[in-house]
Design a binder for this molecule. Structure first.
Ligand code: HEC
Length: 173
């Protein structure tokens, strides 16, 4: 009985200490200060497993089509390059201030499947600056974006500029 009462007191002290921590404001929410190792590990573990699980049933269509890639590029230029940058393209002011920073997508395409890229672009990622484009774009447009993402590895600044030139009169609508 004595141990039971001690355990209750210890739990109550922990809960009160946790509430004091939450309400005191000592946790720094500044985007200029990186997460501590534990928070980072938890967020990355949840995110990685969630994306794998959610994208598991999605079947990618054929993405090897140059007109699809061009269409995807116009969307990328309009909506993604500011945060993610691109071949020879730096991130804009918003992209440079984000935490976590939006990664270079040429690298992401080596780590994520087309279905996972599709799921992320459609749904966004909570607690990061990654928006959900599925609210404003139908699936076929999102697949076009993925077809462009798949071409990013190895793409030079000149190839990016050539695509820019070839589609300069085309908006992303
Ligand atoms: C407002 C900024 C912003 C815009 C605009 C944006 N993203 Fe992101 N994106 C992010 C951030 C921040 C992350 C990183 C999230 C994280 O670390 O978990 C991210 C992550 C991603 C990832 C996962 C990459 C990885 O390696 O885990 C993909 C794929 C992605 N974005 C695709 C896109 C596409 C495609 C577009 C345009 C249609 C786009 N994003 C537009 C901010 C943005």
């Amino acid at each position: 009985m004595k141990y039971f009462i001690r355990a209750i007191i210890a739990a109550a002290v922990l809960i009160v200490a946790f509430l004091i921590f939450l309400y005191s404001g000592i946790y720094n929410v500044s985007a200029m200060e990186p997460h501590n190792g534990l928070t980072l590990w938890m967020m990355n573990t949840v995110k990685g497993n969630s994306i794998k699980h959610q994208a598991k049933e999605i079947k990618a269509p054929n993405l090897n089509d140059s007109s699809l890639v061009k269409l995807g590029f116009t969307h990328y230029r309009e909506m993604c390059v500011g945060c993610h940058g691109g071949p020879g393209q730096s991130r804009d002011e918003i992209g440079q201030g984000l935490y976590p920073m939006a990664p270079t997508l040429a690298k992401s395409t080596k780590e994520l499947s087309p279905s996972e890229l599709f799921w992320i672009t459609k749904n966004g990622i909570k607690m990061t600056g990654m928006p959900a484009f599925g609210r404003t774009h139908p699936d076929d447009k999102i697949w076009a974006i993925v077809s462009f993402l798949e071409k990013l590895p190895g793409m030079t600044k000149e190839q990016y500029q050539a695509l820019d030139e070839a589609t300069k009169d085309e908006s992303d609508e």
